[in-house]
Design a protein around this ligand. Structure first.
Ligand code: C2E
Ligand code: CA
Ligand code: CA
Length: 244
């Protein structure tokens, strides 16, 4: 297994503000297996907790090395529902921050709404503890789960990630387009950042910018990149968009 990193761009400056760590499994016989296939399997087998711990360790170690090279980018790590429920989450995050030396604010944990709301009495206090540790929090795939807006205001989030299914609808489907606008307004009103995922076209990008969503992730800028290709991208990207 290895990790690829997908750049997240601040469309106001054109610079890379962060990356999302995405797991890749190169199987000796089956070839590249998609995480959409093996993550649910790992969850079933109870393997997602140790795998998730490895991703966190590896991404933080790598992130700290980039930070030391002058790249001030946030490192986004997906946290599965089982990891949130597991008692090891807080001690693991604390240990990884300590061992890697990463600045906690440059670590962004991505959580999804379904799990949070299944046992909110356990998950919500944990999220507050993570924020007290200085870690940043994003709600992944926002709008696709059983969003309860009354919980949303209780969650100590920094960012709502607009799911790619809505981004795909921009300019194609009026309802989906309306939902994107509404999420951007909702994020703003709650004092949160909105980040759009799965941005593939200049039309989507310009719509998002017009409506005030400046954090962009998607193939339009870059696919998830292998570790050794990321620094070049970070260093060259700012120049390219600023002359747009
Ligand atoms: P996700 O967290 O929603 O990650 C975004 C997915 O969208 C990634 O798929 C990414 O490659 C893909 N993507 C990014 N930009 C575009 C675009 O412009 N167009 C399209 N069509 N797709 C785009 P990927 O890497 O296959 O990962 C799938 C899912 O697997 C992730 O969805 C996440 O839920 C899960 N996953 C991946 N790595 C991890 C991990 O380390 N831990 C956990 N718990 N889950 C992970
Ligand atoms: Ca994610
Ligand atoms: Ca997502």
């Amino acid at each position: 297994m290895r990790i690829h990193y997908q750049p997240q761009i601040d469309a106001r400056t054109g610079s890379v503000m962060g990356v999302e760590a995405l797991l890749r499994w190169q199987h000796s016989e089956a070839g590249m297996i998609s995480p959409a296939k093996f993550i649910p399997l790992a969850e079933e087998q109870g393997l997602i907790v140790p795998i998730g711990e490895w991703v966190l360790e590896e991404a933080c170690r790598r992130g700290k090395a980039w930070h030391d090279q002058g790249m001030e980018i946030q490192i986004g790590v997906n946290v599965a529902g089982q990891q949130i429920m597991h008692e090891s989450l807080l001690p693991t995050v604390a240990r990884v921050i300590q061992q890697s030396g990463i600045r906690p604010a440059l670590l962004d944990l991505e959580v999804t709404e379904n799990f949070l709301l299944r046992q909110p009495e356990i998950t919500i206090p944990k999220l507050h503890k993570l924020r007290e540790m200085g870690v940043s929090l994003s709600m992944d795939d926002f709008g696709t789960g059983f969003s309860s807006l009354s919980y949303l205001k209780k969650l100590p989030l920094n960012t709502l990630k607009i799911d790619q299914s809505f981004v795909r609808d921009i300019g194609e489907d009026p309802e989906g387009t309306a939902i994107v606008k509404a999420i951007i307004v909702l994020a703003k009103s709650l004092g949160l950042e909105a980040l759009a995922e799965g941005v593939e076209t200049s039309e989507q990008l310009s719509f998002l910018r017009t409506h005030g969503c400046h954090q962009i992730q998607g193939y339009y800028f870059s696919r998830p990149l292998p570790v050794d290709e990321l620094p070049d991208f970070v260093l060259n990207q700012a120049v390219e968009i600023s002359f747009e």
